[in-house]
Design a protein around this ligand. Structure first.
Ligand SMILES: Nc1ncnc2c1ncn2[C@@H]1O[C@H](COP(=O)(O)OP(=O)(O)O)[C@@H](O)[C@H]1O
Ligand SMILES: [Mg+2]
Length: 333
């Protein structure tokens, strides 16, 4: 465990009997949040679900939870985190406990197929996709345009995303790189949508934080955090790099469309990725819950994404505490 978390797992310097639970699996991604909660004197408990257990009766003093577990947990050796987080959040919600980015959005975040189905249900254009769990299925693939993109159903940070140039190459990869199938052993072959950049729009509680155009060179890992490791698509090409370009002129109807997606996905905090096609259309392909806001983009666009997030948590925490007091569920308050 890192030093910050070792000493800052809990705070409750106030008289409040309630606390906010932060569900996480990667400590370094929540340090800034915990420092800010501490600064604002919001009582919290940070709960590491890489090794955790729970009772079917929730802890009455935690009135609100915030889920920060990433679908890429398995890449850090934390494959045990996702099933526990999923079932625990379902348990909490079954008791009426509010979980920000709870089980519905988590279910979607951990399945690209689930995301595509939701997008299609909303009438949004998505890339043509084919799903399989074994190399011996490749002969069943009908007409499919190559080059295509291959990605695991449960991914994140471009993990396992590959460009595939032919049916033979697809068969070869699927047969000899079983680890590519990911934790739920499912691969999605997807129509490649040509682009110079993808667009990513971020929301907190349905409010737009910002939109960026993301230009990636020789990588599929478009993670916005500085220092994020990026594997090259092709080791013979230039070093992987990613540029985040503020996009203040994003069309209003694109923002409305993206907002509709995050709402339908049950995402309180999160973003949507799409590609603007040459014929002026939009193709949506990714829904993300573990947003990181870039300070450089925030400065240019004069927004403070991080404060928007913590303000939202503070508001929801006050609301849930008031409800709990009203219901008298916690004796003595
Ligand atoms: N259908 C597609 N056409 C073109 N590029 C794509 C397509 N799908 C993914 N990509 C590229 O790969 C990156 C990672 O894919 P994505 O589906 O967002 O997975 P992850 O969940 O790992 O971020 C995208 O940001 C984009 O640059
Ligand atoms: Mg993505």
């Amino acid at each position: 465990m890192d030093r910050f978390l070792a000493t800052h797992r809990h705070t409750n310097t106030s008289a409040s009997p309630f606390k906010l639970g932060i569900i996480y699996e990667n400590g370094s991604w929540i340090e800034r949040l915990l420092s800010e909660l501490e600064r604002r004197a919001i009582p919290f408990e940070a709960i590491d679900v890489t090794q955790h257990s729970y009772s079917l009766e929730p802890d009455p003093s935690t009135t609100l939870y915030f889920n920060r577990v990433s679908p890429s947990s398995h890449l850090r050796g934390h494959e045990a985190a996702v099933p526990l987080a999923r079932t625990w959040m379902q348990t909490l919600e079954s008791h009426g406990v509010r979980v920000i980015n709870g089980s519905t959005s988590f279910q979607l975040e951990t399945s690209k197929v689930g995301q595509l189905l939701l997008l299609r249900r909303l009438g949004v254009r998505t890339p043509r996709s084919w799903v399989f769990n074994d190399a011996n299925q490749v002969h069943k693939l009908g007409e499919f345009p190559f080059p295509a993109i291959l990605k695991p159903d449960t991914g994140g940070s471009g993990a396992g995303v590959r460009m595939v140039h032919s049916r033979d190459e697809l068969k070869e990869i699927a047969a000899h790189e079983p680890e590519l199938f990911g934790p739920d052993h499912l691969l999605v072959l997807q129509e490649f949508i040509p682009n110079d950049a993808i667009v990513r729009t971020e929301f907190v509680d349905a409010d737009l934080v910002y939109t960026t155009r993301v230009v990636a060179t020789n990588t599929f890992n478009l993670c916005p955090a500085d220092g994020c490791h990026r594997d090259p698509v092709d080791s013979k090409l230039a070093r992987p790099s990613v540029e985040f370009i503020p996009y203040p002129d994003v069309p209003a109807d694109a923002v409305a469309q993206a907002r509709e997606v995050v709402r339908a996905a049950g995402l309180d905090v999160g973003g949507v990725e799409y590609i603007e096609t040459a014929d002026g259309d939009r193709v949506f392909f990714d829904i993300n819950a573990t947003s990181v806001y870039r300070d450089d983009v925030c400065r240019v666009l004069d927004v403070d994404g991080f404060s928007m997030l913590v303000d939202f948590l503070e508001r929801e925490f006050a609301k849930e505490n008031a409800k709990r007091r009203g219901s008298g569920l916690l004796l003595g308050v």
